[in-house]
Design a protein around this ligand. Structure first.
Ligand code: NAP
Length: 303
């Protein structure tokens, strides 16, 4: 039996990943969308979340795919209407927003899934398993991508709550917190903020345990999403955003990219088990970097 689901925020990631993943799944049926202008062919479309919740009590699950700033109000409305909720990453604009949602879901016996799609990349489980019994000496994270390519004309990424370069950087932190067998803490940060923007376009964060995160959002040409880990048993590398895992140059895992199908499989399992999954650690690291960060002004950025 398939579960009906509604998508809210029909934009880039909904079209690229959510709609195709739901369409390809035997577990899910896309039953409605909510978006001010976006629609999906042959699917009932609403422009207001409250109207959808009132008109479609038969839809038990809602997947929120809009940017983080407007997400809390929709998530709260869904939970108050007795619906289970999936949140795109980052799960909210602030940590307390997500804590409030988690408490509300628990109170109502509903599932809240704060997704981290990068954790579903094919090399991540292999990296976690391999690192579990190694001494980790240092970690170097290089996340250099082109904001114009991945967020074309999305001014929200540079607005308060948009996180700037931590929007992709939090993907690296979601992998880091998944694979490391110990907790790290941010100790210092340098944030490069364009003169016409509110959020950083590049950042370097130094964590305890010799872990360094290097983010740059102006990388043209080849995109780099690497985590290099030096251990007592060799040099490990998670590359291509977690897709490939190798040790001393020998490939250990390099599977098919199925991040979003795996997120929807996980949501199915959480619903069957009456459980929620809300891990705030990646967001806490970003908040700490923003709190600690030395801000350096750089030249204006225009899409
Ligand atoms: P987007 O295309 O800018 O936004 C998605 C849709 O949300 C928009 O088309 C818009 O639909 C709605 N929306 C935008 N601003 C809104 C507002 N202020 N109030 C209400 N609705 C609003 O963004 P996206 O790239 O899909 O990213 C959405 C989320 O997915 C972000 O949290 C991002 O971090 C995450 N994500 C993005 C990518 C990527 O490659 N872009 C990858 C993985 C995860 P309507 O105008 O029709 O309402």
């Amino acid at each position: 039996m398939t579960r009906k689901i509604a998508i809210v925020g029909v934009g880039k990631i909904a079209r690229d990943q959510h709609v195709p993943s739901i369409a390809a799944s035997d577990d899910w049926t896309l039953a409605a969308t909510v978006s001010r202008s976006g629609t999906v062919d042959n699917i009932e479309a609403f422009t207001d979340i409250h109207q959808m919740l009132a008109a479609r009590p038969d839809i038990p699950v809602v997947s929120l795919c809009m940017p983080p700033a407007p997400r809390f109000a929709s998530a709260e409305a869904c939970l108050l209407a007795g619906r289970h909720v999936m949140l795109e990453k980052p799960p909210g604009m602030t940590i307390s927003e997500v804590q409030i949602l988690a408490a509300l879901a628990a109170d109502r016996g509903l599932t809240l899934f704060a997704t981290w799609h990068s954790r579903m990349a094919p090399g991540v489980d292999a990296a976690k398993a391999w690192l579990a019994d190694k001494a980790i000496l240092s970690v170097r994270i290089t996340w250099h991508e082109d904001v114009r390519r991945w967020h074309p004309n999305q001014d929200w990424v540079f607005e308060p709550g948009g996180m700037g370069v931590f929007d992709p950087g939090i993907n690296a932190l979601s992998i880091l917190t998944e694979i490391l067998p110990f907790a790290v803490r941010a100790m210092s940060a340098r944030l490069e903020v364009p003169s016409n923007r509110q959020a950083p376009i590049a950042a370097r964060v130094v964590f305890s345990h010799d872990v360094v995160l290097d983010l740059d959002w102006q990388q043209t040409g080849a995109q780099v999403w690497n985590i290099e880990i030096e251990t007592d048993a060799g040099k490990a590398l998670l590359s291509r955003g977690g897709a490939c895992f190798e040790v001393d140059g020998v490939e250990v895992a390099n599977g098919e990219e199925r991040e979003y199908p795996r997120l929807y499989d996980r949501m199915s399992r959480l619903l069957s088990a009456d459980k929620s999954e809300v891990d705030l650690r990646p967001m806490i690291h970003v908040a700490d970097a923003m709190t600690l960060g030395e801000r350096v002004g750089v030249e204006a950025f225009h899409f």
